[in-house]
Ligand binder design. Sequence first.
Ligand code: A3D
Length: 320
Amino acid sequence: MARRKIALIGGGNIGGTLAHLAAMKQLGDVVVFDIVEGVAKGKALDLAESAPVDGFNAVLKGTKYYKDIEGADVIIVTAGIPRKPGMSRDDLLETNIKVMKQVGDGIRQYAPDAFVICITNPLDAMVWVLQKVCGLPHAKVVGMAGVLDSARFRFFLAEAMNVSVEDVTAFVLGGHGDTMVPSTRYTTVAGIPMPDLVKMGWISQDKLDQIVQRTRDGGAEIVGLLGNGSAFYAPATSAIQMAEAYLFDEKRVLPCAAHLTGQFGVDDLYVGVPVVIGDQGVERIVEIELTDEEQGNFNKSVEAVKGLVDACKKIDSSLG
Ligand code: A3D
């Protein structure tokens, strides 16, 4: 069987880490695309030179030409610019919409059968724009945020209760950002829901509330520590988990930004919900019952996403 092809659009911090992980895990040959050609080529060559030591078989190529992504099985998009001082949210949106339009055109032309994972922020709006432009089926275009947000939630909880991160399963809904909705009811240690663990004295309600807030602020915490740039190891690892679920038809149940058509009362928006990922892409949306409080918080989060998508439509009328 021919090797699979993984194309990474954006060869910055996350793109480089994705290339490393994809090569080490031998997911396939790796193409790193960036408008800064030297960065793409330099990272691809540097990683290729690590292959003899690490013992992986993968061809790594850096490029600034979309034709090189031709036939890609998986595409992970991190291209874009972060918000700089003095820049408004709309300035950022304007630039990243333009980037998503270039990327979407490239995907439509050269890799219409790929499974596409978007990471570029503001995530829920950018994945919406990307799908609109590339025209791939909604099931084949998803956003990565929930796996990362729930990984952070799991890590904080495991640390607080002194248990293995592996035994904590977490549940995060809604848009990526301050309004995300970590659900403690559906978050467990080895199947024991958090409210029961509070009753059992494993964690106090106060500590749990603090962790919920720390999860919402997880991205900002890393930005503050790094001083320059944002998180990249955990975001890359999270996107690779989604890529593996698709490539190996794992039917994993993962929280992703998925296109909703009425589920949870949301229509034509990408919002974080649990989905099943297999070789058809997003094969199922897991629609759970929410309490009134959870639904209220979820609705607030959806409103924030809707505000961003409306702003995108205003900035670029072709998206309307
Ligand atoms: P960074 O290291 O700046 O990499 C971005 C790369 O995109 C740079 O190498 C640019 O040269 C390249 N680029 C810019 N414009 C284009 C273009 N038109 N075509 C191709 N490449 C281009 O950023 P990063 O890797 O740290 O982060 C990438 C994105 O992910 C940002 O938008 C972050 O905000 C976002 N992010 C999202 C999450 C989520 O959980 C959703 C987490 C962390 C970061």
